[in-house]
Write a new protein. Structure first.
Length: 275
């Protein structure tokens, strides 16, 4: 059970399914007005901007699954956002696509996606196991929302506490672990659902801090470990673990497991600490 400070009444949301209801899935360039419900401070939540970049890149993939994403959060993303995807190269087994997202302040996100399916190989090494105490949710498990002042984008997701340190509690645990899913069932199986959700936790150094401090993602690399990530009822276990904090920057390792305990994605992130 999480601390009381994390339990608050729910607030209304707007899902990615509603946001993209009129979107042409074949479009590699589009403009979209993102509502304030997806804000994180003065910018749109980074997971959503990464997901929108992926949405523009998908038509170039020719059916190949996402294998890797390299995302650079160049600046704040606000106002009407324009996303433009360009195929860099397509070979026999893989395709690379570059995507740029721009807003009223200029370039917000630059990303490169690699699409490639699994193939026969003589080598096998399994990814890390899910933490033993992270029991998959059921219908009776209590979900969380966050206190007034928390980033408003969090209302678009359901969260369940799964261990680690509490943000801004001056803990000695630089790790955050939660089950998370899109609040709207219609959003959970969209092609961009997992990437959009994958950056939903606070940075892993947050438990080390004694009070709310501005934190911002600079870069995010995500590797998808299976062709078709699947889970039950939309739930994914997210874990972020800081391994370095110095000079106003932090690096963290990120993992995502499904409800069967299979690791489906690994990531790395650089975070800026304004304090």
């Amino acid at each position: 059970m999480p601390p009381d400070k994390l339990r608050q009444r729910p607030i209304s949301s707007m899902s990615i399914a509603q946001l993209l209801a009129n979107h042409d899935p074949s479009a590699t360039r589009f403009t979209l007005d993102v509502p304030d419900q997806w804000k994180q401070g003065r910018t749109v939540y980074g997971g959503l901007t990464a997901g929108l970049c992926l949405q523009a890149a998908l038509p170039h993939a020719n059916g190949r699954p996402l294998r890797s994403a390299m995302i650079s959060f160049v600046g704040p993303s606000a106002g009407a956002l324009t996303v433009d995807a360009e195929k860099l190269r397509e070979g026999r087994t893989a395709c690379s696509v570059r995507t740029r997202l721009s807003g009223e302040a200029g370039i917000g996100v630059e990303s490169v996606f690699t699409f490639a399916g699994e193939r026969e190989s003589a080598y096998l090494m399994e990814p890390p196991l899910m933490p033993e105490r992270a029991v998959a949710p059921d219908d009776a498990t209590e979900t969380l929302t966050f206190p007034v002042g928390a980033p408003v984008f969090t209302r678009n997701f359901d969260f369940i506490w799964a261990g680690g340190g509490v943000p801004f509690s001056q803990s000695d645990k630089p790790v955050i672990r939660m089950w998370a899913r899109h609040a709207d069932p219609d959003a959970r199986n969209m092609p961009i659902a997992l990437l959009t959700l994958g950056d939903a936790l606070a940075p892993a150094l947050a438990p080390l801090l004694s009070a709310p401090t501005p934190l911002s993602s600079m870069t995010w690399m995500v590797d998808i470990l299976t062709d078709e990530p699947k889970t039950r009822d939309g739930w994914w276990l997210l874990e972020s673990r800081a391994d370095h904090v110095r000079g106003g920057f932090s690096t963290q390792d990120m993992s995502i497991w499904n409800t069967d305990g299979a690791c489906v994605a690994k990531g790395r992130q650089m975070v800026t600490v304004f304090g």
